[in-house]
Ligand binder design. Structure first.
Ligand code: SF4
Length: 355
């Protein structure tokens, strides 16, 4: 049995072909594209620019709703919203919207969306709920796109837009490289959603060959590396991927990326009390990052049930930042968001699956 294509998996050229096969003029594809990405229409009935017959035909040959929201949680301060989606094969993934107060972005605050690239994850980082779940499968490009369009639609109802998308939810985006890039390219299309490449951030555990490929492609997309430790033994304990791609090889690839693109790298650092939040670790980190155009984003650990580590204290976080900055490495301490709705990656899916 052939599977019914999911509409968000299609490029405009695929749509043109489908419309041609139906004996429809090519501009119908543009109407559908605009309906999807500019009007945020979701179901065939909403495509009022098309005839009823064509809408019915499309409804028969294409799947419009491959992501079914099964849980929607809002944090107590109303600023973080998390949706758990069920996929057609019953896998579940999650995406989180984080709102920030109005400040910079055209009269609205930042609306940062954290999306998933895989159901589950093969990387096995010990502090991560998704890693504890194991790998299920890659998401299609359309399943990645659809997470963004779900929130785009929700925000459009309030006269707002998504301002940033981070691939930091479930999964390792570079382990699903082609589908991730196809999704970014589709969302980037000026005739569609027109979401700027510079507004995307890919977060990776450090798959070295993929970082080099990404550098060679000279994309405008931001690169973030989950680093979390300054020596190999410590990092391998937290992130098994380090046994294959150690810190030296990883930082070499980062230097290559900066040389190729002229863009800085962000290092993500989950501050775990007594493990990687000390002044000594900060000094070691600073010496490894010396001369590299980079920024360290440190965030107190979001505790998960499967990992005994605890979040750092505010005091230790501030000292960590100060030590790095004295050594010339810019550092920001981020706030943890949505703790009350399990907004750390994979936490909601994990609790849903164990129900
Ligand atoms: S932190 Fe990211 S890469 Fe590591 S297990 Fe979790 S989802 Fe996978």
């Amino acid at each position: 049995m052939t599977e019914i294509p999911f509409i968000y998996d299609l490029d405009i050229s695929d749509l043109r072909q489908i419309l041609a096969d139906l004996g429809e003029p090519s501009y119908r594809a543009d109407q559908i594209w605009q309906g999807l990405y500019q009007q945020y229409w979701q179901m065939p009935d909403e495509f009022t620019t098309l005839s009823k017959t064509l809408r019915e035909n499309l409804g028969n040959i294409l799947r419009f709703n491959a992501l079914r929201p099964v849980q929607y949680l809002v944090s107590s301060d109303g600023q973080t919203r998390k949706t758990l989606f069920e996929l057609p094969d019953k896998r579940v993934i999650e995406a989180v919207l984080m709102k920030y107060d109005p400040s910079t972005h055209k009269g609205q605050g930042r609306r940062t969306l954290c999306i998933s690239s895989q159901a589950g994850c093969a990387m096995g980082c010990v502090f991560c709920a998704t890693g504890q779940m194991g790998f299920k499968r890659n998401l299609t490009s359309g399943e990645i796109v659809a997470q963004v369009m779900y929130y785009a639609r929700m925000l459009a109802d309030q006269g707002e837009r998504v301002t940033n998308v981070v691939l930091m939810g479930m999964g390792e985006p570079f382990h699903n490289y082609d589908n991730t890039m196809a999704a970014i390219d589709r969302l980037n299309d000026p005739d569609g959603y027109n979401f700027g490449a510079r507004r995307f951030t890919i977060s990776t555990v450090g798959l070295v060959p993929k970082i080099r490929r990404f550098a060679d492609e000279k994309r405008q997309v931001n690169l973030a590396i989950s680093l979390h430790a300054a020596d190999d033994e410590e990092r391998s304990n937290l992130m098994p991927v380090n046994q294959k791609h150690n810190i030296s090889k990883l930082l070499e690839a980062c230097r290559y990326y900066v040389d190729q693109t002229g863009r800085r790298v962000t290092f993500e650092w989950a501050l775990i009390a007594g493990v990687n939040d000390t002044e000594e670790v900060a000094r070691r980190l600073a010496s490894r990052l010396k001369g590299l155009m980079c920024h360290v984003n440190a965030i107190p650990l979001n505790p998960t049930t499967g990992f005994h580590g605890q979040a750092t204290s505010r005091q230790s976080a501030d000292k960590f930042k100060e030590t790095l900055e004295q050594a010339g490495i810019p550092c920001t301490i981020r706030m943890r968001r949505g703790i009350d709705i399990q907004a750390g990656c994979g936490q909601l899916a994990g609790s849903y699956l164990s129900l």
